[in-house]
Design a binder for this molecule. Sequence first.
Ligand code: PXP
Length: 238
Amino acid sequence: MRLAVNIDHFATLRQARRTDEPEPVLAALLAEQAGACGIVTHLRGDRRHIQDRDLRLLRAVLKTKLNLEMAATAEMKAIALEVKPDVVSLVPERPEELTTQGGLDVTARRRELGPFIKALGKAGIRVSIFIDPSSVQIKTAGELGVDLIEINTGLYADLKPGPARDKALAGVRAAAALSRKLGLEVHAGHGLDYRNVAPIVAVPEIEELSIGFSIVARSAIVGVQAAVREMRALIEVR
Ligand code: PXP
């Protein structure tokens, strides 16, 4: 299982003072050197953390792969087609949310997403959709022709160990199995940390995890490379 590191919150810290440090691009390079398989970043419409210049610099310097999370808007499509990340992950976006809330509703937005995904694919960009562990959503995503999906682990991660969390985990497991059956590459993420990641690592169909906040938070204490290596030790057990 691979670890992709989301670096957005290094930029959150920088934007808190509208200054030039910490440099998220430097954090990304350190994460790569510590064994991250790729770097994930979300360019939001409101530019609350990552800025356009960060994205362009990341594209220029990364040696692994750049995964751009973005809303399915005309503005973001134009940026993606110009910057050409290796992967675009389509996510829902609401201006008032603290972080991404829930997966993209692909069944409700099926008609607009079809041409959007096609345009990115034609430009050689792999397309992922961040999706709730729902069989209807996953089947629709498969029909839309995405290359991979990222299962939202947020519901699982928000719960304390116990029957409700076990049920959420069973949902992730079933979603991963169905996705693989449909021929999709399966990733997962959201809310994963050093304490709750192990049961997700045990889901055999999941190939890659996207983890941000907990790694950035630990980086402030132990440094970026130690934080990435500690997480790799937990997830590269298979
Ligand atoms: N996956 C997606 C689609 C996300 O939007 C985010 C948060 O930006 C993550 C994974 C990472 O979540 P966290 O920061 O909670 O690890």
